[in-house]
Design a protein around this ligand. Structure first.
Ligand code: ATP
Ligand code: ATP
Ligand code: MG
Ligand code: MG
Lengths: 250, 250
């Protein structure tokens, strides 16, 4: 998987951060060098990997990005985010020269890793657009709930726009069904409907709703580091295998 | 409850829209005239009440806001949102004259209802700040999960700032524990920790995780309209009673 994967969905709470942290840990288990980029001012991917958020946003600093990259206990490397409101507001305001500067800063870093996962905030604003302009593929986590499907059309439209503007191929790597609760009839209905409408784009691996996944983040670990025998950990290993097959094998 | 309640939390997926729609329906059952304002470009409160989103954002239009307000099957009135990306970007860019114009448009409308509930997007950006500047109180839904507690400090800081800037009293009406799953030990731990740290601000009513709540939104109804005998519907009636007691009784 040489490439950059943006993990994006404007709908909140669908599992973007959970997917970024746990997929990265599963890639690391397979010996794939992996960098997680936290693009969300909430800093959930940063604390979810047990790292302190930065006082200022690294994308706007003078030092090269490499200086902010840290090791994590679970294996992946991390470019942390910052909760600094002023920096978040600046990044949210469109500015072509700033975009170019940020892209140049990233171009020196991205090639050093087999896989780069960018955790996006819950919005279609400028920060997500910057992340999409850096990415080769987009992974869209989806809760097996009603509102989740509504946002998909807007998301696909934005991906089309960013690909056209930055004159590059950008494809939806896959739609990942997350927090699947087999006791809920609604989950089965939504999963069937998503597969009917979006067929081949929906990944075969489905992530179950599992307490271990949620508990892991309160310990600043991936679910693989927290409880490798859990159903959640097994699902992320399967997901890593499916993505390696789809993208890495020549 | 004469007053405006912003339902806000930058963390995504905690139940802001679900709270706005179902609390409004419970107020309507009690004969309280209630307006839901959908401030999120995702338009989930709009579709969750069975209404079509508007092509352009009503806050930016020339006609008075009353002309966009619609009836809903569940009882509350609704000021719909719009998925129009250009309008969302405009609203997300700070502009004091635009803020004043929007506040003037709302001042003519807000007094006509006993209760106004504003459903905010998952961010601390400009749209949420506009909503907070219109509000008397803030209700913060919280999932009984780890990441939910992290964002609270940032949220409180923003409320303090907006109250200072608009020179008005703005208080946190309450923190609402949502999606409580008694089978998860994590839920009990987070609920205990939140009550220990935030004591009196945490509302006594806790909303259980209930499939009926999620299924209702896929039918464009509140849970009270979808299945009045469900545990979810009962919890929102209790919540309405608790808020009436805290704010409406002289
Ligand atoms: N498969 C799962 N099983 C159990 N809990 C999960 C699962 N996936 C996510 N969660 C929990 O659901 C909550 C939302 O997930 P997460 O924060 O990853 O979503 P997000 O899309 O990144 O949210 P935001 O939109 O705020 O960035 C978290 O508390 C997380 O622990
Ligand atoms: N108590 C509950 N029981 C079951 N499902 C719930 C409950 N509360 C919310 N949900 C479901 O969880 C999902 C997230 O809720 P909702 O969309 O209201 O959150 P939100 O905070 O408004 O999200 P966003 O940050 O995207 O605006 C929805 O699919 C909703 O149906
Ligand atoms: Mg996240
Ligand atoms: Mg919402």
């Amino acid at each position: 998987m040489s490439g950059v994967l943006a993990i994006a969905n404007q709908k909140g709470g669908v599992g973007k951060t959970t997917t970024a942290v746990n997929l990265a840990a599963a890639f690391s288990l397979a010996g794939i060098s992996c960098l997680v980029v936290d693009a969300d001012p909430q800093c959930n991917a940063t604390t979810g990997l047990g790292v302190q958020p930065l006082p200022r946003h690294p994308w706007l600093m003078r030092e090269p990005l490499e200086e902010f990259i840290q090791r994590t206990e679970d294996g992946p490397l991390l470019l942390p985010s910052s909760p600094c409101r002023a920096d978040a507001d600046l990044l949210s305001t469109p500015s072509p020269p700033r975009l170019e500067r940020i892209q140049r800063r990233f171009n020196r870093v991205l090639g050093q890793y087999d896989a780069v996962l960018i955790d996006c905030p819950p919005s279609l604003g400028q920060i997500t657009r910057i992340a999409l302009s850096l990415a080769d593929h987009v992974l869209v986590p989806l809760q097996c709930e009603y509102f989740a499907m509504e946002g998909l059309a807007l998301m696909s439209e934005l991906i089309r726009q960013v690909a056209a503007q930055s004159d590059r191929e950008l494809s939806v790597a896959g739609i990942l069904l997350n927090q699947f609760d087999p006791d809920w009839q609604l989950a089965h209905e939504v999963a069937e409907e998503v597969r009917r409408h979006l067929g081949p784009q929906v990944l075969r691996t489905v992530i179950p709703r599992d307490e271990a996944i949620s508990a892991a983040s309160s310990h600043g670990r991936s679910v693989l580091g927290y409880d490798i025998r859990s159903r959640g950990a097994f699902a992320y290993v399967l997901l890593a295998l499916e993505l390696i097959k789809r993208f890495m094998l020549p």
